[in-house]
Design a protein around this ligand. Structure first.
Ligand code: SDX
Length: 429
């Protein structure tokens, strides 16, 4: 695979030839695996310049604001495809034909129900427990219910676990919301499409028949598509690292949910809406931009900035357009938070601090506004993100497990602690 090499001149006078691989898209990579033999490690906290794996699933061009799922651009998929097709694409590498799509849907529909005993987990939580705390627990607990398919070296086990996760996570997510509200759980309806079924499990009431609004179903489906996968982000890297030890897929996805919860990652959508509510009016924006620029102030403009995108996050562009459409359809385009978000984006993108640091709105900037318009409460925002990202995590996990040489991930370190020293008895301390 190496078609070039790099020569590294080391302080001890030695040189090391390092293979360089060319990708199908993106930057060349220098293979540093042999550096250990030359008694050196690389050092890259936060993995700013480290490719942790080879993957064929998703590609981001941060400079151009491009996101591809298996080579297809996110804006084309958001416009012309749907989340079920995108899920098939991420897992299998190609868009499904009608028969493949129908079979995929049927495979998911076989697994949308959860074991009745899983209800007991919810009763162990306070009603006001954060839904992400419940999701980490109940998704991890799936390995206690579906232990007939935990042999990660068995392709059929991997496949059925993938279907179980993609099918059951929406059911469990809706159960989190229903439990929080004190409403009865709603069973999945297999005659509904994936996103309609989710909204039905979230909001339908036994007291009256009311199908989800098709406009909101389409918006929900597009939000799932936009969040489905995103290269080796923090939660996906967590899933891969957990999976590298041979942990079962349910435990790996639970670890991804835990990592996604952080406000710097998937928790940013909830934090962003809280920020917009705190700003409240367009007149308050300058005050908060000053706080965001102030090094001594921990305040950050949530929903802005990205490790990879140094141009517009293409998902934010689609999300803004969809937010316009949904608010117009619901006749609430003068939603004050949306007005604050639009003005905040406009002012920030003209501000030298944000321009110089290439800080643009990311996927989380508008998602909270449209999720609120759909009727989803803030504490469920990151659960929605986790629901959508489950197919990306499962795809990345499957890709890693299917590799010929699965090796446990075990980074080294730059140790700056105490050199070895002798024990000191209490009387001498
Ligand atoms: C997601 O990785 C992924 O792909 C993630 C994700 C996915 O789909 O999986 O895209 C989903 O997590 C999107 C990001 C959501 N997070 C937020 O919106 C939280 C706010 N954003 C920041 O915390 C930050 O931008 C990060 C965490 C997203 C990126 O951080 P980096 O790459 O480590 O950048 P940095 O912290 O080194 O910031 C560089 C500079 C710093 O200023 P200087 O020290 O150079 O003076 O930019 C500043 C930062 O202070 N900065 C911000 C800022 N983000 C960066 N200043 C104000 N507000 C911000 N939001």
């Amino acid at each position: 695979m190496a078609d070039k090499s790099a020569t590294l001149q080391l302080p001890d006078g030695n040189t090391v030839e390092l293979p360089v691989y060319s990708p199908s898209a993106g930057l060349d990579v220098v293979d540093v695996r042999t550096l250990g033999k030359a008694n050196y490690f690389t050092y890259d906290p936060g993995f700013m310049a480290t490719a942790s794996c080879e993957s064929k699933i998703t590609f981001i061009d941060g400079a151009k604001g491009i996101l591809l799922y298996r080579g297809y651009s996110i804006d084309e998929l958001a416009e012309h495809s749907d989340f079920t097709e995108v899920s098939y694409l991420l897992i299998n590498g190609e868009l499904p034909n009608p028969e493949q799509k129908q079979e995929f849907i049927e495979n998911i529909n076989c697994h949308t129900m959860v074991h009745e005993q899983m209800r007991n987990f919810f009763n162990g939580f306070r009603r006001d427990a954060h839904p992400m705390a419940i999701m980490v627990a109940v998704v991890g607990a799936m390995s206690a219910f579906y232990h007939d398919s935990l042999d990660i070296n068995n392709e059929e086990h991997r496949k059925v676990s993938a279907f179980r996760l993609i099918a059951k996570v929406p059911t469990l997510a809706a159960m989190c919301y229903r439990y929080y509200c004190g409403h009865p759980f709603v069973h999945p309806r297999n005659e509904m499409c994936y996103s309609e079924n989710f909204l039905n499990m979230m909001f339908s009431m036994p007291s009256h028949d009311e199908k989800p609004n098709p406009v909101l179903v389409k918006a929900m489906d597009r939000i799932f598509t936009l969040h489905a996968d995103h290269e080796q982000n923090a939660s996906t890297s967590t899933v891969r690292l957990a999976g590298s030890s041979g942990a079962n897929p349910f435990a790996c996805i639970a670890s991804g949910i835990a990592s996604l919860w952080g406000p710097a990652h998937g928790g940013a959508n909830e934090a962003c809406l809280n920020m917009l509510e705190e700003i409240g009016t367009v007149e308050n924006i300058p005050k908060y931009l000053l706080k965001a620029r102030d090094k001594n102030d921990p305040f950050r403009l949530m929903g802005f900035g990205h490790r990879v995108y140094k141009n517009f996050d293409p998902r934010a562009t689609v999300m803004r357009k969809t937010t316009h459409e949904v608010l117009a359809t619901l006749k609430c385009q003068d939603d004050p938070l949306f007005q604050v978000a639009l003005e905040l984006e406009k002012i920030a993108l003209e501000d030298e601090y944000f321009i110089s640091r290439k800080l643009y709105p990311n996927v989380d900037f508008y998602s909270g506004i449209i999720l609120s318009a759909i009727g989803i409460p803030k504490n469920m925002f990151t659960v929605i993100f986790a629901l959508a990202r489950t197919v990306g995590w499962v795809s990345q996990w499957s890709e890693m497990i299917s590799e010929d040489t699965l090796r446990i991930g075990r980074p080294r370190q730059l140790y700056t602690g105490e050199p070895q020293r002798s024990f000191v008895d209490m009387k001498n301390r």
